[in-house]
Design a protein around this ligand. Structure first.
Ligand code: THU
Length: 135
């Protein structure tokens, strides 16, 4: 089904759950992510900040690396939530990692009113550099 028509309510709840576990000590900007595998398992992530600021990791990459490190390889969608009225869009680094490691999945961007905007990662990152470009 076209991602924009999918009901991702269950994944929004999980992204909000991930947001509660974020650790944005310095920015106080809480982000949550929920990554769904092809067979329906869900991995949560929150952004985690370090006192050495640049070592911060975003919520999306937390969820993706958790899943990959557990052996998951096939994914369906990732939901991302922040506390802003704008839809929380993945940063450039996360777009690369989503495109590269998750394939062309739906990205469910959520705002503080629980409204969503759903786009394929190929729409958020056209002409991506992936493992195919290394062949
Ligand atoms: N952040 C995310 O977790 N995901 C994004 O896609 C955007 C930015 C985090 C990183 C940092 O901890 C905080 O938001 C402010 O940039």
């Amino acid at each position: 089904m076209n991602g924009a028509l999918m009901n991702y309510d269950y994944l929004i709840d999980k992204a909000l759950e991930g947001q509660k576990k974020s650790l944005p000590t310095y920015s106080n900007f809480h982000v949550g992510a929920a990554l769904e595998t092809a067979d329906g398992k869900i991995y949560l992530g929150g952004n985690i900040e370090s006192a050495s600021y640049s070592l911060t990791i975003c919520a999306e990459r937390t969820a993706i690396f958790k899943a990959i490190s557990e052996g998951e390889r096939n994914f369906k969608a990732i939901a991302v939530v922040g506390d802003t009225v704008e839809f929380c869009a993945p940063c450039g680094a996360c777009r690369q990692v989503i495109s590269d490691l998750c394939g062309d999945i739906d990205v469910v961007m959520i705002n503080s009113r629980r409204e969503t905007k759903v786009l394929k990662i190929s729409e958020l990152l056209p002409f991506a550099f992936t493992s195919k470009d290394l062949e």
